[in-house]
Design a binder for this molecule. Structure first.
Ligand code: GH3
Ligand code: MG
Ligand code: MG
Ligand code: MG
Length: 300
């Protein structure tokens, strides 16, 4: 969410002169992509993931209205703001466009400064939305997803596993004797340890459908969708070993500290009616066994 990063705008227009003009108006401030048809607009959106789309209506293949409907249907593109820019100037057309989910409607011939201003307004709104999402979903200490993100994703991946009859795995981890670590090196150093661990867990969640999250104080979870028990345990073991090998210097640079974690792993093929809470409880039970069996180990 770096604010230094340029926003990207996809301009969709079958009229070459409009495309060039809009490109000239927006390219000083934004990364601009262009598409000359509705079909190209959809493939470009998927490929380039623009932050905002300027969409013409009258085009030879599929109309801008149909493009809009398709964009709003797909979860991946639903939230991209779309500004219609068109020669269709009747109020009925404007009503239709706004009703289908466009955030704004500009009639041709357009004034450059007005296009620039409206694009800028909608990108500012987008920026605010992303800031709010970030605050609600990311843990401020470790900068990885929080419990709320985890619960949302768990529900989504659980439904997907049922639908596609795939296994789902979950690793629950807890720092060993973290109280002692805090007592020995101080609470701020304990925070540094949590940040270091978070980076290791996030690095282990390699696929886009994987998620590493901070579930509570010193408890973390890694969700591995479409992952077998065998693979989940191998990943857990790799994480455990990486943490054991980790060397974390103290803030004052005087000492190097180490830590270990215990991991409870679990895997299932969920079916209709199964509850993900029981699945998580199973990982918790396994984590408890890892603790009572000597810590610094994986049970699953
Ligand atoms: P065990 O091996 O059985 O897990 O022992 P433990 O000492 O890690 O377990 P316990 O649950 O008793 O202690 C957890 C500690 O984690 C206590 C709490 O002060 C510390 N803690 C929780 N959240 C944070 C945090 O955000 N920062 C720091 N520095 N410490 C935290
Ligand atoms: Mg046109
Ligand atoms: Mg604990
Ligand atoms: Mg602990």
């Amino acid at each position: 969410m770096e604010s230094s990063k340029k926003y990207s705008v996809l301009i969709v227009d079958d009229e070459k002169s409009d495309l060039m003009l809009l490109n000239r108006v927006l390219s000083p401030e934004y990364t601009v992509f262009t598409a000359k048809s509705g079909t190209e607009a959809l493939s470009r959106t998927e490929r380039d993931k623009p932050d905002l789309i300027l969409l013409d209506i009258i085009m030879p293949d599929i109309s801008g209205f149909d493009v809009l409907v398709q964009l709003k249907e797909a979860p991946a593109t639903r939230n991209i703001p779309v500004i219609i820019i068109t020669g269709l100037t009747s109020e009925d057309d404007e009503e239709k466009g706004l009703f289908l989910g466009a955030v704004d409607y500009i009639a041709k011939p357009f004034k450059n400064a007005i296009v620039r201003a409206r694009v800028s307004t909608h990108l500012q709104i987008l920026h605010h939305i992303r800031t709010i999402e970030h605050l609600g979903l990311i843990d401020p200490l470790t900068d990885i997803p929080n419990r709320r993100s985890f619960d949302d994703r768990m529900a989504m991946e659980w439904r997907r596993a049922i639908r596609e009859k795939l296994p789902i795995s979950f690793l629950m981890m807890d720092v060993d004797k973290f109280k002692t670590y805090n007592d020995t090196y101080g609470h701020p150093q304990g925070d540094v340890l949590l940040q270091t661990l978070a980076r290791i867990f996030a690095g282990a969640a390699r696929r886009p459908s994987d998620l590493a999250a901070r579930l509570g104080g010193e408890e973390f979870g890694v969700l591995l969708s479409n992952t077998s028990a065998e693979n989940a345990k191998a990943i857990a073991e790799r994480i455990r070993a990486e943490v054991e090998a980790m060397r974390v210097p103290t803030v004052d640079g005087k000492t190097i500290t180490t830590a270990t974690i215990s991991i409870g792993a679990t895997t299932c093929f969920p079916a209709d009616g199964d509850n993900s809470k029981d699945f998580i409880s199973k990982a918790d039970e396994n984590l408890y066994s890892a603790k009572t069996n000597g810590r610094n180990r994986v049970v699953g």
